[in-house]
Design a protein around this ligand. Sequence first.
Ligand code: ADP
Ligand code: ADP
Length: 236
Amino acid sequence: MSLIQTKNLHLHYGNFHALKDVNIEIGRNEVVALIGPSGCGKSTYLRTLNRMNDLIDGTSIKGEIIIDGQNIYDKKLDVNELRKKVGMVFQKPTPFPKSIFENVAYGLRVNGIHKKAEVEETVEQSLKQAALWDEVKNDLKKSALALSGGQQQRLCIARTIAVKPEIILMDEPTSALDPLSTLQIEQLIEELRKTFTVVIVTHNMQQAYRISHKTAFFYLGELIEYADTKQLFENP
Ligand code: ADP
Ligand code: ADP
């Protein structure tokens, strides 16, 4: 069974019809790239998956979004649990103005993990999983703001995976980064998919080709094409 299913999904911002009848299924451990011209609805679609759009006044949704067999608009659903299960990484790295350690530990404490040993263990594991540990292990008490942009983005990824989501949403996670940091994040995504399912917005077609299994092409709020990435790029 698919991990994520959206069926006949429509989203309006007030009167503006931003998503039109979007049907997508995403399997576990897949990397799915969302591409298309600016303003076509990629970020909007991404934000429906953890109900971030609910935070925007005037938003209304029709259709179904089913994650892990559960309709995410079910009245019984706990939105905080959903956002733990569906983590998010943004375009600009947004570390808190705190130490590297605290950036990762904070989310754990919010989620009720307070035992020192467990917090330390999870921080280390998460930084390793985000391919940042070797670079920061001697500087855990230093401010996260002293890290480079690429390191800050990997820290944000560590912070996201520390709470053990199943799905990681990424909204153009490399578009604010230099080419080397971009490559590091792309390699990291290749590793992350062994554990997580990744849905990533990118305006970079080559990036979609390099890192994704499936590509969803949006145009004016519609899903125009949804196919195996190799097939789509090699036999368009
Ligand atoms: P993309 O990520 O593909 O660039 P977005 O999902 O950000 O596109 O936006 C899709 C459309 O919805 C655009 O026309 C944008 O102007 C509009 N839009 C996005 N956010 C809002 C909002 N909060 N209120 C009203 N319109 C919005
Ligand atoms: P993106 O990088 O996803 O294309 P934008 O730069 O278009 O995003 O939009 C940045 C923010 O502004 C988003 O939170 C989006 O929801 C909001 N936004 C975009 N278009 C509109 C709009 N027409 N009206 C109100 N808010 C908007």
